[in-house]
Design a protein around this ligand. Structure first.
Ligand code: ADP
Length: 448
C-alpha cells in the first residue's frame, strides 16, 4: 500500500467499486479500502434488481417509461420526503448507468417490478440470479483487470482535513497507517447492523433482527460527522417485510417473489394486504398480525422466475406441497381457507382485478401450477435511509449546506434520496448512479 493516492475510496460495495472504476477510467489513481475480509458489503445481498427508466432494455420489452413517472412513484413511495435534487438526478441518470454497466459487460436484460412501482423498471440479469452477487463479481473482474488496488481488512478510522479540505485518512490494519490524498469517497454503506446508532435514533427497533452484513455499522457517518458533515433523516430506518428468520441467520426473501406473483397470507390462510404496496405498508400489515409473521405462497411457475428460491430451498427455508391442500397442512393453516384464498386470487389474476386489496402489479401469473410453496417471513431491519448530507454532485455538505472540499459520498451512507421508505431496486441503482458521479466529481475536483 502506498502513502499517497489521488482518491481514497472507503468501502467495497456497489458504490465503492463503481466510483473506483469510474475514477480510474478518467485517469486517476484510486485505492479501495475495505474493513471486512469479505468484499462487496450489503450489495452482495441485494436480490431484486436495479431500477431505471427509459432504458433500451425496457423498449426491448415494449415498455414505454418516463423519468417523470419514475420520479413521481419514488416520491410518493418515499412519503414525499425525498430530497428533490437528489431524486431528479437519480431518476434521470439510471438509464445511463444501465448503459455504462452494459459497456462493462454487465447485462441486466430482464425486468421485474417491486412494491410501490407501477411499471416494470427493475432490471436484473437474464439468468434471473440475484443481482447483488452478480454485480459485485463482475465489477471485481474490472477492478482486477485494471489493477485498481483494493485492500481488505483495513478499517478507516479518521478523515484528515486542513482548512476544511480533505488531506488524508488514517486507518488500522495490522498497524496504523496514514494515507495522503486530496479526495475521499465515502462508500461505507448504512448502519442497519450498528446497534449504537440504532439505539440513538431508533431504539424501538433494537429487538429486531437485521438482513445486513455485520460491517454495516455506520462508520462513514461518524467519520463524516467528525469533519463537520451534516446528517439527515437519521430516524428513517427501513424494516423489510419479508425476511425468513427461523434459523440463526436472517434471509431476505426478495421482492421479486411478490413481483412475479406470490401472495402473502396470515395464519387463517387469508390474504391481508396488497403484497406490492410499499415496504413500509406491508411491514405495518404484517406487524398487525400480532407477531406470528406471514407466509409467502407461490407455485412452480413463479418459483422458476426467481432463481434465488433454489438456494432458499436448498438451505431448508421453503415448504413444499404437491397440492394447495397439502401445503396448507404442512404450514398448519386451514385447508379450505387456503384453497379458497388461492382460488379467489386466481380469479383476480384472470380478471386483472383484485377486489380485496386493489393490487395492480405482479399479476402476470396465477398460482395454479404445482408443486406449491410457502416461505415463513417476518419484518427485519434492512436499510437506513438517513445518512450524510450530499448534493447531486455527491459532495458532502456541512451544517450550513456548504461543500466540504474533497469529500464525496455515494450509496447507502448518503441520506435523503429515499425519503421515509426506500423502493426495492433503488439501492443498487443508487450505488451505480451516484458511484459513477462520485468518481467523476472527484476527477473534476482534482483535475478540473
Ligand atoms: P453500498 O451499497 O452503499 O455500496 P455496501 O454496504 O454494499 O454499501 O458496502 C459498504 C462497504 O463499506 C462494506 O463492505 C463495509 O464493510 C465497508 N466499510 C464500512 N465501514 C468501513 C470502514 N470504516 N473502513 C473500510 N471499509 C468500511
Amino acid at each position: 500500500i502506498k502513502d499517497h493516492y489521488d482518491v481514497v475510496i472507503i468501502g467495497s460495495g456497489g458504490a465503492g467499486l463503481t466510483s473506483a472504476i469510474q475514477a480510474y477510467e478518467l485517469g486517476l489513481s484510486p485505492v479501495i479500502l475495505e474493513k471486512m475480509d469479505k468484499l462487496g458489503g450489503n450489495t452482495t445481498r441485494a436480490s431484486s434488481g436495479m431500477n431505471a427508466a427509459e432504458t433500451f432494455v425496457q423498449l426491448d420489452h415494449h415498455i414505454v417509461d418516463s423519468f417523470e413517472d419514475f420520479y413521481n412513484e419514488t416520491f410518493i413511495g418515499g412519503g414525499k420526503m425525498n430530497n428533490p435534487e437528489l431524486l431528479k438526478f437519480f431518476t434521470e441518470h439510471g438509464a445511463l448507468a444501465i448503459d455504462w454497466l452494459d459497456q462493462h459487460g454487465i447485462k441486466l436484460d430482464d425486468l421485474t417490478i417491486t412494491g410501490g412501482m407501477k411499471t416494470e423498471r427493475t432490471h436484473r440479469p437474464s439468468s434471473l440470479a440475484p443481482i447483488g452477487g452478480y454485480l459485485v463479481t463482475e465489477l471485481l473482474k474490472y477492478i482486477a483487470k485494471d489493477q485498481i488496488p483494493l485492500f481488505d481488512n483495513i478499517k478507516v478510522t479518521e478523515l484528515l482535513t486542513d482548512n476544511g479540505k480533505i488531506t488524508g485518512i488514517k486507518a488500522t490494519a495490522d498497524k496504523d497507517i496514514t494515507i495522503k490524498t486530496d479526495a475521499v469517497v465515502l462508500a461505507t454503506g448504512g448502519f442497519g447492523a450498528g446497534k449504537d446508532l440504532l439505539a440513538e435514533y431508533r431504539s424501538d427497533l433494537l429487538n429486531l433482527r437485521t438482513t445486513n452484513q455485520p460491517g454495516a455499522t455506520g462508520d462513514g457517518l461518524k467519520l463524516a460527522q467528525k469533519v463537520g458533515a451534516k446528517l439527515v433523516d437519521m430516524d428513517q430506518v427501513q424494516v423489510h417485510p419479508t425476511v425468513q428468520q427461523d434459523t440463526p441467520h436472517a434471509f431476505l426473501i426478495g421482492e421479486a417473489v411478490r413481483g412475479e406473483g406470490a401472495i402473502l397470507i396470515n395464519n387463517d390462510g387469508q390474504r391481508f394486504v396488497n403484497e406490492l404496496d410499499t415496504r413500509k405498508n406491508v411491514t405495518a400489515a404484517i406487524d398487525n398480525l400480532g407477531g406470528t409473521g406471514a407466509y409467502l405462497i407461490f407455485d412452480r411457475d413463479i418459483r422458476d422466475r426467481v432463481k434465488a428460491i433454489e438456494f432458499y430451498d436448498h438451505i431448508g427455508l421453503v415448504t413444499t406441497g404437491q397440492t394447495v391442500a397439502e401445503l396448507a397442512e404442512e404450514i398448519h393453516v386451514e385447508k379450505q381457507a387456503l384453497q379458497q384464498t388461492v382460488k379467489d386470487w386466481n380469479v383476480a389474476v384472470d380478471n386483472q382485478d383484485d377486489k380485496w386489496f386493489a393490487r395492480t402489479t405482479g399479476m402476470e401469473r396465477d398460482i395454479s401450477d404445482g408443486p406449491f410453496y410457502a416461505i415463513h417471513v417476518a419484518p427485519a431491519v434492512h436499510y437506513t435511509m438517513g445518512g450524510v448530507a450530499i448534493n447531486h454532485k455527491t459532495q458532502v455538505l456541512n451544517e450550513k449546506n456548504q461543500v466540504i472540499n474533497g469529500l464525496f459520498a455515494a450509496g447507502e451512507v448518503a441520506g435523503g434520496l429515499h425519503g421515509n421508505n426506500r423502493i426495492g431496486g433503488n439501492s443498487i441503482a443508487e450505488t451505480v448512479v451516484f458511484g459513477r458521479q462520485a468518481g467523476q466529481q472527484a476527477y473534476k475536483y482534482l483535475k478540473g
